[in-house]
Design a protein. Structure first.
Length: 219
């Protein structure tokens, strides 16, 4: 995508980024509702309408600036409220609700992979179908990033919630006290380049898979 203009990049990435971020939150709300907590449902947050989930900074401004100046896309939506005390089995269900977010990203990753194949199917007849290939690639990448990033075992990320739910109660309480420092840890990892190195390693793997998918479609 290096040959594309800034406006073309934004046009390609905007829908995949918005839906990757917002449907991640929908996954949390839907899982919580199924497991006994109707907080998100009552607030109308279990919807694919991105307007209900958009955080102006985390969903629009920050991802756009990162895409333009760094090529690395990251962001967040308004967190879906979950009352863990209303869950049927709070500790177990807390982990399931946390995993539902990355699970939604995995499903979207597969959806965008299908879009790539559709783009290649029509590309031989319609040059404009290359747009679907580019959008599909963006969708695969952003959902892969969000899925992996949220699975890091750091509170308040989803991976941290899962670890918290799996630990014995006394250790879980101590681990939970670290949550206020989680964002600081993430910022330090970002500023030191450690986070980028971790993500680049896995993104390299994803790029190989994308190249393999392209090779299959071209032959």
């Amino acid at each position: 995508m290096n040959e594309l203009t800034t406006l073309q990049l934004i046009a390609i990435w905007i829908l995949p980024v918005i839906f990757a971020i917002t449907l991640h939150e929908v996954g949390h709300g839907w899982a919580a509702f199924k497991l006994g907590d109707n907080t998100a449902h009552q607030l109308g947050r279990i919807t694919v309408n991105p307007i209900k989930h958009i955080d102006p900074i985390g969903t629009v401004i920050l991802p756009s600036l990162l895409l333009i100046f760094t090529g690395f896309v990251f962001g967040w939506a308004k967190p879906v409220p979950v009352n863990f005390q209303q869950l049927n089995q709070p500790r177990r269900d807390m982990a399931l609700v946390a995993l539902a977010g990355p699970g939604a990203n995995l499903l979207m990753l597969l959806f965008w992979a299908i879009i790539i194949n559709i783009g290649f199917f029509f590309y031989s007849s319609y040059d404009s179908a290359i747009f679907f290939i580019y959008v599909g690639q963006a969708g695969v990448i952003i959902n892969f990033i969000l899925m992996l990033l949220n699975l890091l075992p750091i509170l308040p990320l989803d991976g941290g919630r899962v670890v918290h739910a799996m630990l014995p109660l006394n250790m879980a309480d101590k681990y939970g006290r670290l949550e206020p420092f989680g964002i600081i840890v993430l910022i330090v990892l970002l500023l030191t380049g450690v986070l980028q190195q971790i993500m680049q390693y896995f993104l390299g793997f994803m790029q190989v898979l994308l190249q393999f998918l392209i090779f299959i479609n071209l032959n």
